[in-house]
Design a protein around this ligand. Sequence first.
Ligand code: C5P
Ligand code: C5P
Ligand code: ZN
Length: 458
Amino acid sequence: MFPEKMLERAREVASFIAESDDVLIVTHIDADGITAGSIAKITLERLGKNCDILFVKQLGESEIDRIADESRFTWFTDLGSGQLDLIAKNLLHFAITDHHVPVSDDRRQLNPHIFGFDGSYELSGATTTYLVSKMLGRSLFAKNVDLAALAIVGAVGDLQDSREGKLIGLNREILEDGIGSGTLEVKKDLRLFGKQTRPVVKMLEYTFDPFLPGISGNEKGSIEFLESLGIRIDEWSRWIDLSEEDRKNVTSALIKLCMNSKMPYKIIKRLVGESYILLNEEEGSELRDAMEFSTLLNATARYGYHEIGLQVCLGDREDALRKARSLLQNHRRNLSEGLKLVDELGITELEHIQYFDAGDMILDTIVGIVAGMCFSKANLNKPIVALAKNEEGIKVSARATQKLVDRGVHLAKAIKEVAERIGGKGGGHSIAAGALIPESEVESFLRELDKQIGFQLR
Ligand code: C5P
Ligand code: C5P
Ligand code: ZN
């Protein structure tokens, strides 16, 4: 349940937004950011307000300067809390709906951390934004509860359902809104990518997280696995085309396979859980399944095509969706090539962290996703740090496991502190964080981060 204090803050933030007729929305270039920004845009348009969206890779001094120059009321979604001080210094009128670790508090900010909830699992940028959207909703639009489906796509895009194989905490209340408004359905099912759209053989073959021994990256292995279960399907049958019984058989056989390969129980457990179905989308479309929808969005904005992702969220099922689908193929290829590259490069272990340096071989905007996927093969007892070159310096992406977080690891705190010491900037969440650092400081950054994580684990 949302505590009254938090609802009060949501109302207050909504009232600041309501006062302005012209709003600049600033949001992040990932699935959670696109859905958060779309929810804000639809909400404002329903109120007859004028608005534009600006997508940013990160929010630094130069971006804030640029935004301040526009002198417009600015609604930051899925970012802003890590730069609140800077924003308050430079902007007169703004609102923030974000879930990143906040540097301070302000009446113009809604962030779950301030009210004692973990922003890495309990509420995402999109679900936080949705809460304010609901406050701004008119009864004509049923208080915007139809937007809960987009919000859930955002939360799933940030992997907020990954800890327990389902959404938890405050996110579940948003989920209830979606179910209540008839736009969402929850299904207990295998949690692999491509259930709606891929032939089963390919769905299994292309699963690398977790790595399915004998199946991942192995078409023949995937076919033989299905044949060994007596499942007779043609090469085009998708998961949603299988009978209930066949689906159950495949699921238990996969679990058995993973257990036999000594995969950690926690990872195996996550193979099965909740899937979120968007009932207004066509069956067999990426948009039908929150996990596939969010990956489709990541495939747009992380490559600079945020306008396409945005149009899909705003309802375009023609041109934008077609383009997004082709970007998705490119994205999947890049992820699989990224994983191959890490295999070739190898992961270097320091005392408390492990890292790989992708140079300019993996795009800085997806290197974090690759780092997270490496956990199905890398050491689970050390956070994984990935480095990639971009036009401004070195992009750092770090991922931990829940076990490490439970033992005291807080990546955002460690990375922010170490990055700032060497002239960089960083932030994020306890389990996933990132930074931008000067190229000349990479070695000292890794050394200091290793020490800092060591302190956290003491
Ligand atoms: O910037 P933002 O908050 O949207 O990004 C959150 C990031 O944290 C996502 O890239 C998501 O994949 C990552 N994450 C993760 N493991 C979790 C939770 C989040 O890698 N358990
Ligand atoms: O880019 P990546 O997916 O690794 O980002 C992980 C988390 O760290 C995200 O929540 C992102 O917003 C945050 N981050 C940040 N500052 C950066 C880079 C990433 O706060 N310079
Ligand atoms: Zn987010």
